[in-house]
Design a binder for this molecule. Structure first.
Ligand code: HEM
Length: 406
């Protein structure tokens, strides 16, 4: 019999190191009723097999933008209808048939060939950002590299001037703080709504300019899709630009930060990687598994569904705990050991099914170029300052800061 007692997973303490809690819960079973703050609890699956099945199940809807308002006081939710409406236009919150058509069109911009063609640009940006850093220097890596680097790349893909990067990073953070907070506040919701309104105005101008001067960037591709009379309306077009900026930034900064922190804690394996740079592909897969930048995704049940022996009623949300699934001993040998040479690493860091990350190949490319460059340029790098703290966002796992001596 499954217990309906609420399990605590998203407390500040546990977020510093959630893995012992994941292990304990996984030992008890794959399904738990998890406290998500503000008196809410949500059924959540922790095992690899269940997370993968739910992410692929057509009876589970990805339309959940409205649900994000639930932790806010009932009397204030009406102030944020625009926030929920704008988020609802993002690909990640759509269901078929709209999702299927839009995804197929966007896939063109993210094909393996399109991403591989970006390699020289990624290398140039990484080189430009790392060049001023000297061996032996003290740096705060999140601020100086991990945060601005992915914004530069996505700005380049969208054909947006580098000068806009700081505004981009600021807007993206405001949305991340709202999405990633267990006890979302009215202030966070206002900041996220304002960021979305400002980003929409920004992309409205950029799209108008790009219509006059089309190039080979992603916005020009999206305009072509819209002009061909496909699913995209003008407003959906801006929404996808915003979603790409956001998704391409918040997650990849954490792949680089979490990856670097993990490498610094495993100097022998890092030395091995330095000597054998061809290991970087398996190393990045393992870092994605070991410290997944996205710890869960969510779905809303379209009908009553039996999950792990319990019937969960329709309209209820369910969390797929990707970070726990990536440490599931039924799927991975020695799941709590880092093994940069791990083979057949079928992690769920990018989820699975129709919503599996469209930017996975780009993230891999950025992670490989950034981490290998850091490891090779700075053979004596080490942690400095106090032990880094994890941000107390849930959903996104990343460090507040990472002080190192290069
Ligand atoms: C390490 C970096 C990244 C991680 C860990 C990550 C993770 C994820 C996950 C877990 C999902 C699926 C959510 C679900 O099943 O509900 C997702 C979807 C998505 N990601 Fe990523 N992502 C990363 C980088 C990127 C990048 C670089 C981009 C684009 C520039 C991107 C764009 C998207 C988009 C548009 C979706 C929605 C796809 C859909 O709904 O069809 N991501 N990502």
């Amino acid at each position: 019999m499954l217990s309906q007692a609420k399990k605590v997973v998203f407390s500040d303490d546990i977020l510093q190191d959630p893995y012992p809690t994941y292990s304990r819960l996984l030992e008890e079973g794959p399904l738990h009723y998890v406290d998500v703050g503000s008196k809410w609890a949500v059924w959540s699956v922790f095992s690899h097999v269940e997370c993968s099945a739910i992410a692929k199940d057509p009876r589970c809807s990805a339309k959940r933008a409205q649900q994000m308002l639930l932790p806010l006081p009932l009397s204030r939710q009406a102030e944020f209808t625009e926030l929920a409406r704008m988020l609802g236009l993002w690909l990640i919150f759509m269901d078929p048939p709209e999702h299927t058509r839009l995804r197929k069109l966007l896939n063109k911009g993210f094909s393996a060939a399109a991403i591989e063609a970006l390699r020289p640009q990624v290398e140039t940006i990484v080189d430009r950002m790392l060049k001023p850093l000297q061996r032996g220097a003290e740096v705060e890596l999140m601020r100086e590299f991990a945060n601005p680097m992915p914004v530069s790349i996505i700005a380049e893909m969208l054909g947006v001037p580098q000068a806009q990067q700081e505004r981009f990073a600021h807007w993206s953070r405001a949305i991340a703080l709202f999405r990633g907070s267990p006890n979302r506040t009215v202030e966070q919701a206002h900041a996220a709504q304002d960021a979305l309104i400002e980003l929409t105005a920004f992309f409205k101008e950029t799209v108008a300019e790009r219509r006059r001067n089309k190039g080979t960037d992603l916005i020009s591709l999206l305009i072509d899709i819209e002009e061909e009379g496909e699913v995209l309306t003008e407003e959906e077009l801006y929404a996808q630009c915003i979603a790409l900026l956001f998704a391409g930034h918040e997650t990849t900064r954490n792949l680089i930060g979490n990856g670097m922190y993990t490498l610094l804690q495993h100097p022998d394996q890092t030395d091995d990687l330095r000597r054998n740079p061809e290991q970087i592909r398996s190393a990045v897969e393992e870092l994605l598994r070991y410290e997944s930048p996205v710890q869960f995704t969510a779905r809303v049940l379209k009908e009553d569904i039996e999950i792990c022996g319990r019937t969960i009623p329709q309209k209820w949300s369910i969390l797929c705990m990707l970070g726990a699934a990536n440490r599931d001993p039924k799927k991975f040998k020695d799941p709590n050991q880092l093994n940069l040479k791990r083979l057949h690493n079928e992690h769920l860091a990018f989820s699975a099914g129709p919503h599996a990350c469209i930017g996975g190949q780009l993230a891999r490319l950025e992670g490989q170029v950034a981490l290998l460059n850091l490891v090779q340029r700075f053979p004596n790098m080490k942690l400095s300052g106090p032990r880094p703290e994890w941000a107390s966002t849930f959903g996104f796992r990343g460090l507040k800061s990472l002080s190192m001596t290069l």
